[in-house]
Design a protein around this ligand. Structure first.
Ligand SMILES: [Fe+2]
Length: 258
Protein backbone atom coordinates (compact mmCIF):
# COMPACT_ATOMS: atom_id res chain seq x y z
CA UNK A 1 0.00 0.00 0.00
CA UNK A 2 1.26 3.48 -0.84
CA UNK A 3 2.16 5.54 2.18
CA UNK A 4 3.02 9.22 1.72
CA UNK A 5 5.92 8.97 4.22
CA UNK A 6 7.64 6.32 2.04
CA UNK A 7 7.48 8.64 -0.91
CA UNK A 8 8.94 11.45 1.18
CA UNK A 9 11.78 9.18 2.32
CA UNK A 10 12.59 8.33 -1.29
CA UNK A 11 12.49 11.93 -2.33
CA UNK A 12 14.80 13.03 0.46
CA UNK A 13 17.26 10.16 0.34
CA UNK A 14 20.68 11.81 0.09
CA UNK A 15 21.97 11.17 -3.39
CA UNK A 16 24.13 14.23 -3.77
CA UNK A 17 27.79 13.46 -3.65
CA UNK A 18 28.46 16.08 -1.01
CA UNK A 19 27.04 13.79 1.68
CA UNK A 20 29.94 11.36 1.10
CA UNK A 21 32.64 13.94 1.76
CA UNK A 22 34.46 13.88 5.09
CA UNK A 23 37.30 16.04 6.46
CA UNK A 24 40.70 14.78 5.38
CA UNK A 25 41.83 14.95 9.01
CA UNK A 26 45.43 15.50 7.90
CA UNK A 27 46.53 16.23 11.48
CA UNK A 28 45.42 12.71 12.40
CA UNK A 29 48.12 11.06 10.24
CA UNK A 30 50.98 9.74 12.36
CA UNK A 31 54.70 9.95 11.65
CA UNK A 32 54.45 6.30 10.60
CA UNK A 33 51.65 7.13 8.10
CA UNK A 34 53.81 9.85 6.55
CA UNK A 35 56.80 7.56 6.36
CA UNK A 36 54.69 4.89 4.61
CA UNK A 37 53.77 7.55 2.03
CA UNK A 38 57.43 8.54 1.62
CA UNK A 39 58.45 4.92 1.18
CA UNK A 40 55.71 4.24 -1.39
CA UNK A 41 56.44 7.45 -3.25
CA UNK A 42 60.22 6.91 -3.47
CA UNK A 43 59.81 3.27 -4.45
CA UNK A 44 57.22 3.99 -7.14
CA UNK A 45 59.02 6.96 -8.70
CA UNK A 46 62.17 4.87 -8.99
CA UNK A 47 60.28 1.89 -10.37
CA UNK A 48 58.38 3.92 -12.96
CA UNK A 49 61.32 5.97 -14.18
CA UNK A 50 60.20 7.04 -17.64
CA UNK A 51 57.82 4.08 -18.11
CA UNK A 52 54.79 6.32 -17.59
CA UNK A 53 53.36 8.91 -20.00
CA UNK A 54 55.20 12.19 -19.68
CA UNK A 55 52.19 14.31 -18.53
CA UNK A 56 52.09 12.08 -15.44
CA UNK A 57 55.66 13.04 -14.53
CA UNK A 58 54.91 16.69 -15.32
CA UNK A 59 51.91 16.49 -12.97
CA UNK A 60 54.04 15.11 -10.13
CA UNK A 61 56.32 18.14 -10.47
CA UNK A 62 53.59 20.73 -10.98
CA UNK A 63 51.65 19.56 -7.97
CA UNK A 64 54.79 19.23 -5.84
CA UNK A 65 53.86 15.71 -4.89
CA UNK A 66 57.47 14.92 -4.11
CA UNK A 67 57.23 16.96 -0.91
CA UNK A 68 57.76 14.58 2.01
CA UNK A 69 54.65 13.31 3.76
CA UNK A 70 51.03 12.71 2.80
CA UNK A 71 49.79 15.73 0.82
CA UNK A 72 47.29 18.02 2.47
CA UNK A 73 44.29 18.26 0.11
CA UNK A 74 43.83 21.97 0.81
CA UNK A 75 47.38 22.71 -0.38
CA UNK A 76 47.07 20.41 -3.37
CA UNK A 77 43.78 22.01 -4.42
CA UNK A 78 45.38 25.45 -4.22
CA UNK A 79 47.58 24.40 -7.17
CA UNK A 80 45.27 22.01 -9.03
CA UNK A 81 42.04 24.00 -9.02
CA UNK A 82 43.36 27.18 -10.65
CA UNK A 83 45.07 25.03 -13.29
CA UNK A 84 42.32 22.69 -14.52
CA UNK A 85 39.29 23.31 -12.29
CA UNK A 86 39.69 19.91 -10.62
CA UNK A 87 39.80 19.57 -6.86
CA UNK A 88 40.10 16.71 -4.43
CA UNK A 89 37.79 15.87 -1.54
CA UNK A 90 38.29 13.28 1.19
CA UNK A 91 36.04 10.22 1.46
CA UNK A 92 36.18 7.36 3.97
CA UNK A 93 36.45 4.62 1.31
CA UNK A 94 34.99 3.56 -2.02
CA UNK A 95 31.93 5.56 -3.00
CA UNK A 96 29.01 4.10 -5.01
CA UNK A 97 29.39 4.36 -8.79
CA UNK A 98 26.60 6.93 -9.23
CA UNK A 99 28.19 9.17 -6.61
CA UNK A 100 31.64 8.68 -8.12
CA UNK A 101 30.52 9.65 -11.63
CA UNK A 102 28.53 12.62 -10.27
CA UNK A 103 31.73 13.82 -8.58
CA UNK A 104 33.76 13.43 -11.78
CA UNK A 105 31.15 15.34 -13.76
CA UNK A 106 31.83 18.31 -11.46
CA UNK A 107 35.61 17.93 -11.57
CA UNK A 108 35.78 16.60 -8.04
CA UNK A 109 38.03 13.63 -7.31
CA UNK A 110 37.44 11.55 -4.17
CA UNK A 111 40.54 10.63 -2.16
CA UNK A 112 40.56 8.04 0.64
CA UNK A 113 41.23 9.66 4.01
CA UNK A 114 43.51 6.79 5.04
CA UNK A 115 46.75 5.15 4.01
CA UNK A 116 47.75 1.49 3.99
CA UNK A 117 50.04 0.15 6.70
CA UNK A 118 53.64 -0.93 6.19
CA UNK A 119 52.47 -4.55 6.51
CA UNK A 120 50.02 -4.07 3.61
CA UNK A 121 52.38 -2.22 1.32
CA UNK A 122 51.35 -4.20 -1.77
CA UNK A 123 47.91 -5.42 -0.85
CA UNK A 124 44.95 -3.09 -0.81
CA UNK A 125 41.34 -3.85 0.00
CA UNK A 126 40.19 -0.37 -0.98
CA UNK A 127 42.03 2.43 -2.77
CA UNK A 128 43.90 4.50 -0.20
CA UNK A 129 45.27 8.02 -0.52
CA UNK A 130 48.48 6.77 -2.15
CA UNK A 131 46.56 5.18 -5.00
CA UNK A 132 44.20 8.14 -5.33
CA UNK A 133 46.74 10.95 -5.05
CA UNK A 134 49.82 9.46 -6.64
CA UNK A 135 47.93 7.44 -9.24
CA UNK A 136 45.17 9.80 -10.34
CA UNK A 137 45.92 13.39 -9.52
CA UNK A 138 49.00 14.02 -11.70
CA UNK A 139 46.97 13.41 -14.87
CA UNK A 140 44.22 15.76 -13.68
CA UNK A 141 46.73 18.59 -14.07
CA UNK A 142 46.80 17.84 -17.82
CA UNK A 143 44.15 19.99 -19.49
CA UNK A 144 42.85 17.57 -22.11
CA UNK A 145 42.91 14.52 -19.85
CA UNK A 146 41.14 16.58 -17.17
CA UNK A 147 38.38 17.40 -19.65
CA UNK A 148 38.11 13.75 -20.66
CA UNK A 149 37.63 12.53 -17.08
CA UNK A 150 34.87 15.09 -16.52
CA UNK A 151 33.21 13.79 -19.69
CA UNK A 152 33.48 10.21 -18.43
CA UNK A 153 31.64 11.40 -15.32
CA UNK A 154 28.76 12.69 -17.43
CA UNK A 155 28.69 9.52 -19.52
CA UNK A 156 28.66 7.51 -16.30
CA UNK A 157 25.64 9.36 -14.96
CA UNK A 158 23.74 8.89 -18.22
CA UNK A 159 24.67 5.20 -18.47
CA UNK A 160 23.63 4.48 -14.89
CA UNK A 161 20.32 6.26 -15.45
CA UNK A 162 19.79 3.90 -18.41
CA UNK A 163 20.72 0.84 -16.32
CA UNK A 164 23.99 0.41 -18.28
CA UNK A 165 26.58 1.65 -15.80
CA UNK A 166 28.92 -1.26 -16.56
CA UNK A 167 29.62 0.17 -20.00
CA UNK A 168 31.24 3.26 -18.51
CA UNK A 169 32.90 1.30 -15.73
CA UNK A 170 34.72 -0.70 -18.44
CA UNK A 171 35.57 2.39 -20.46
CA UNK A 172 37.00 4.04 -17.33
CA UNK A 173 38.89 0.90 -16.36
CA UNK A 174 40.63 0.47 -19.72
CA UNK A 175 41.71 4.11 -19.92
CA UNK A 176 41.90 6.06 -16.68
CA UNK A 177 42.62 3.08 -14.41
CA UNK A 178 44.50 0.35 -16.31
CA UNK A 179 45.22 1.79 -19.74
CA UNK A 180 48.56 1.68 -21.51
CA UNK A 181 49.51 4.21 -24.19
CA UNK A 182 52.09 4.62 -26.91
CA UNK A 183 54.28 7.67 -26.63
CA UNK A 184 56.11 7.83 -29.93
CA UNK A 185 57.45 4.30 -30.39
CA UNK A 186 57.43 3.47 -26.68
CA UNK A 187 54.80 1.63 -24.68
CA UNK A 188 54.00 3.52 -21.49
CA UNK A 189 51.74 3.33 -18.48
CA UNK A 190 48.71 5.59 -18.59
CA UNK A 191 46.31 4.30 -15.93
CA UNK A 192 46.38 5.18 -12.24
CA UNK A 193 45.96 1.58 -11.13
CA UNK A 194 49.16 0.69 -12.95
CA UNK A 195 51.11 3.86 -12.11
CA UNK A 196 50.50 3.32 -8.40
CA UNK A 197 51.10 -0.44 -8.36
CA UNK A 198 54.48 -1.89 -7.54
CA UNK A 199 53.75 -5.31 -9.02
CA UNK A 200 51.49 -4.56 -11.95
CA UNK A 201 53.31 -1.59 -13.48
CA UNK A 202 56.15 -3.68 -14.87
CA UNK A 203 53.93 -6.69 -15.41
CA UNK A 204 51.62 -4.72 -17.71
CA UNK A 205 54.54 -3.54 -19.85
CA UNK A 206 56.69 -6.64 -19.85
CA UNK A 207 54.67 -9.81 -19.32
CA UNK A 208 54.43 -12.04 -22.37
CA UNK A 209 51.58 -14.03 -20.89
CA UNK A 210 48.95 -11.34 -21.43
CA UNK A 211 47.18 -9.69 -24.33
CA UNK A 212 47.75 -6.08 -25.36
CA UNK A 213 45.10 -4.87 -27.78
CA UNK A 214 44.72 -1.48 -29.45
CA UNK A 215 42.36 0.81 -27.53
CA UNK A 216 39.15 1.71 -29.27
CA UNK A 217 36.08 3.03 -27.51
CA UNK A 218 33.84 0.10 -28.59
CA UNK A 219 36.44 -2.43 -27.45
CA UNK A 220 36.92 -0.67 -24.09
CA UNK A 221 33.17 -0.55 -23.52
CA UNK A 222 32.83 -4.28 -24.19
CA UNK A 223 36.00 -5.72 -22.63
CA UNK A 224 35.55 -7.20 -19.15
CA UNK A 225 38.15 -6.64 -16.44
CA UNK A 226 39.39 -8.14 -13.19
CA UNK A 227 39.43 -6.13 -10.01
CA UNK A 228 40.85 -8.90 -7.85
CA UNK A 229 43.94 -9.85 -9.88
CA UNK A 230 46.34 -8.54 -12.51
CA UNK A 231 44.58 -7.94 -15.81
CA UNK A 232 44.66 -10.69 -18.42
CA UNK A 233 44.60 -8.02 -21.15
CA UNK A 234 45.41 -4.35 -21.44
CA UNK A 235 44.19 -1.87 -24.01
CA UNK A 236 46.90 0.28 -25.57
CA UNK A 237 46.03 3.78 -26.72
CA UNK A 238 47.68 4.71 -29.99
CA UNK A 239 48.51 7.95 -28.18
CA UNK A 240 47.16 9.76 -25.15
CA UNK A 241 45.68 12.41 -27.45
CA UNK A 242 43.83 9.91 -29.66
CA UNK A 243 42.09 8.32 -26.68
CA UNK A 244 41.17 11.69 -25.19
CA UNK A 245 39.69 12.70 -28.53
CA UNK A 246 37.78 9.44 -28.98
CA UNK A 247 36.26 9.54 -25.51
CA UNK A 248 35.33 13.22 -25.80
CA UNK A 249 33.55 12.42 -29.07
CA UNK A 250 31.41 9.77 -27.38
CA UNK A 251 27.90 10.79 -26.43
CA UNK A 252 25.49 8.88 -24.17
CA UNK A 253 23.27 7.79 -27.07
CA UNK A 254 26.17 6.24 -28.96
CA UNK A 255 27.55 4.66 -25.77
CA UNK A 256 24.32 2.73 -25.28
CA UNK A 257 24.46 1.38 -28.84
CA UNK A 258 27.98 -0.03 -28.58
FE1 LIG B 1 41.61 4.45 -9.06
Amino acid sequence: MFRPEDDQATLHRPTRWQSYVVPQGWERFTAEDHSVWDLLFARQVELLGSRVVSPFLDGIDLLRLSHPGIPELRELNAILEPRTGWRTVAVPGLVPDDIFFAMLSERVFPVGNFIRTREQLDYLEAPDCFHDLFGHIPMLAHHEFAEMVEHVGRLGQAAIAAGEGDRVARLYWHSVEFGLAMEGAELKILGAGLASSFGESHFSLESEAIERLPFTVPRAVRTPYRHDAFQPRYLVSLSLESTVEAILALNPGRLLEL
